[in-house]
Design a protein around this ligand. Structure first.
Ligand SMILES: Cc1ncc(COP(=O)(O)O)c(C=O)c1O
Length: 382
């Protein structure tokens, strides 16, 4: 058994990152300063999109992405139930109704055929999530959106650096959200970004980040600045600090290398599980580059996932379950009366899935420990 607990995800911070943060702490600008726009510009250059608005979390990014569309109260947004709560909560923050469409058996991403079944005259937006870092069927989803005059938001919290048909995600939907939480590919502690090519939406996002006020600190507090400003929208304070953005810019330089390291661990896992019939490894489509935020296996139906989970934890392996479907949460059940039976694929996948540790600093020995723990745990069941 492993002597030390192996977490399922963890950040990588080096001396260069720390130096960059210290420089900002010694400077005049702690927030809304030059490091924020530098991070936004460099991130957009990496993605290949026009505009980026950095905020204090991926959740905030989703909230202002939805808010920027100015959709009428009570309208519907279709999304996947197999995601983190934030994906659907942003719909509720904006007084809109979440409608869930079941997922695909192979990628666990939202199923375009199920989206079509859920469209009504009230549907205004589709939010699709690139589960685990694998882009959705973006062309199919875009076609549905075009035919029905719907906005698209891509929740790419898992997919920083992922590609679809040779192009980075972050420039396909009207708005794309990223997260820089420590378990993600690159981190700012907490943080997020919305990217878009739409100039009008970009303007609204910047207002929404800063209380809806039309002037930022740089133009409000200088020697020649006037006190006056207007509040044009009901915004929030979702500003991110300059020291966080300095960390983000420094991390961004290493993103491709981080993904490569993740790919190496994934290769070891795939080979390690090749001959275990009780384990299904992740399916990867051919027209994408996977960003490998998480690595999940699907257990055979005769293995009790929860017992498997506890047994892995007892072996010091930090397994996890991504995700408890959102319609199962009491808050959603009470408000919307969802029925689990309406989501048969999500139900089946949820009952069998387990997330194994995956982060860039994992050593080969760590991956072998995980593979052996999976094999030994399966033997305990047979
Ligand atoms: C799919 C998805 N969307 C949104 C978020 C929210 O990001 P954050 O934790 O930065 O608020 C997460 C966080 O894990 C996520 O997994």
């Amino acid at each position: 058994m492993n002597n030390k607990f192996l977490p399922y995800g963890k950040q990588s911070i080096d001396d260069e990152d720390i130096e960059e943060v210290i420089k900002v702490l010694k400077s005049d600008w702690l927030t809304t300063g030059p490091k924020v726009s530098e991070f936004e510009e460099k991130f957009c250059r990496y993605i290949g999109c026009k505009y980026g608005v950095a905020v204090n979390s991926g959740t905030s990014a989703l909230d202002i992405a939805v808010a920027s569309l100015g959709i009428k109260k009570g309208s519907e947004i279709i999304t996947t139930p197999f995601t983190f709560a934030a994906t659907a909560n942003c719909i509720l923050y904006n007084n809109l109704k979440p409608v869930f469409a079941d997922i695909k058996k192979d990628t666990y991403n939202i199923n375009p055929d199920e989206i079509k079944k859920k469209i009504t005259s009230k549907t205004k937006v589709i939010i699709y999530v690139d589960y685990a870092g694998q882009p959705c069927d973006i062309s199919e989803i875009k076609k549905i959106a075009d035919e029905n005059n719907l906005y698209l938001i891509e929740d790419a919290a898992h997919a920083c650096g992922a590609e679809y048909k040779g192009k980075k995600v972050g420039d396909f939907a009207d708005l794309t959200e990223f997260s820089f939480h420590p378990v993600k590919h690159i981190t700012t502690g907490e943080g997020g970004m919305v990217t878009t090519d739409n100039e009008e939406l970009y303007g609204k996002l910047k207002l929404l980040r800063n209380h809806g006020i039309d002037r930022d600190a740089a133009t409000r507090f200088g020697k020649d600045a006037s006190y006056a400003y207007d509040m044009k929208l009901l915004g929030r304070n979702y500003r991110i600090t300059d020291f966080q953005c300095a960390l983000g810019t420094s991390q961004l330089k290493k993103l491709d290398e981080f993904i490569k390291k993740r790919e190496q661990i994934v290769k070891m896992y795939n080979e390690g599980f090749e001959n275990i019939c009780e384990v299904t490894i992740p399916y990867v489509k051919t027209n994408i580059k996977h960003a490998w935020h998480i690595y999940t296996i699907l257990l055979d139906e005769k293995i009790n996932r929860d017992k498997f989970f506890n047994s892995m934890k007892a072996k010091n392996i930090g397994v996890n379950v991504h995700y408890i479907p959102i319609y199962k949460f009491s808050y959603y059940k009470e408000k919307f009366n969802f029925n689990d039976k309406d989501f048969p694929v999500t139900e089946n996948v949820f009952s069998r899935i387990i997330t194994l540790p995956l982060f860039q600093e994992m050593k080969d020995e760590d991956a072998y420990d995980v593979i052996n723990a999976v094999k030994n745990t399966i033997n305990e069941f047979s």
